[in-house]
Design a protein around this ligand. Structure first.
Ligand code: FE
Length: 205
């Protein structure tokens, strides 16, 4: 049986509802409809791959071909769909907190990686303005440091081995209804409601 990802829409809405200031509940409700689309498509692709596996023939170009094929179309878009699941689950769980200065191990790592919380905030904001879709604060176990990675789509540009601990959605659907084109103001409001306990839990150190 193909693995099927659970839809955590209700739990995610409860995490943020009434707890994110000017980022409205209506925005979250609409946003979570998109999240549900990612869950449903991820699960559909996994089921289709399971069906295909029963008759899969690597010598058949309809099945396996780098230009267009059953395997290629599903495996490429699986990363987009599953990225949409993972990114949004991190994003919503990151929100609904008290914001302000970071706590715990994350506070220490921000200091080590950026020099100060202020420098981290500036880098996160600049990266968010420069991104077309996402910013992820990730922990790289190889360097022992944090870095704010840029993501243009759900599946770009992750780095193997890096663990995302904070996800900032900068697609217009995340803020346009509340902030219009003022993305920087949305990022400021996002920072006002970060749940640092959740970010520390994601870090897991
Ligand atoms: Fe989104």
């Amino acid at each position: 049986m193909a693995y099927q990802y659970p839809n955590k829409q209700e739990m995610l809405l409860a995490k943020v509802k009434g707890k994110t200031g000017k980022i409205s509940d209506k925005t979250h409700e609409e946003h979570l409809k998109l999240y549900t689309g990612y869950v449903n498509k991820t699960n559909a692709i996994l089921k289709e791959l399971e069906v295909l596996a029963a008759t899969l023939d690597p010598a058949n170009p309809a099945h396996a071909n780098q230009i267009y094929s059953e395997i290629r179309s599903r495996k490429v878009d699986l990363t987009f769909a599953l990225g949409g699941v993972i990114n949004h689950e991190i994003y919503f769980m990151n929100l609904g907190g008290k914001g302000g200065a970071p706590t715990g191990k994350v506070a220490e790592l921000i200091q080590q990686s950026f020099g100060s919380f202020d420098a981290f905030k500036k880098d996160l904001k600049a990266t968010g303005i420069a991104a077309r879709g996402w910013v992820w604060t990730g922990y790289d176990p190889k360097t022992g440091l944090l870095f704010n990675y840029i993501g243009d789509a759900q599946n770009t540009f992750p780095v193997w081995g890096v663990k995302p601990i904070l996800a900032l959605d900068v697609y217009e659907h995340a803020y346009y209804a509340d902030f219009y084109t003022a993305r920087a103001a949305y990022i400021d409001e996002f920072m006002n409601y970060i749940d640092w306990d959740n970010v520390n839990a994601n870090l897991g150190l």
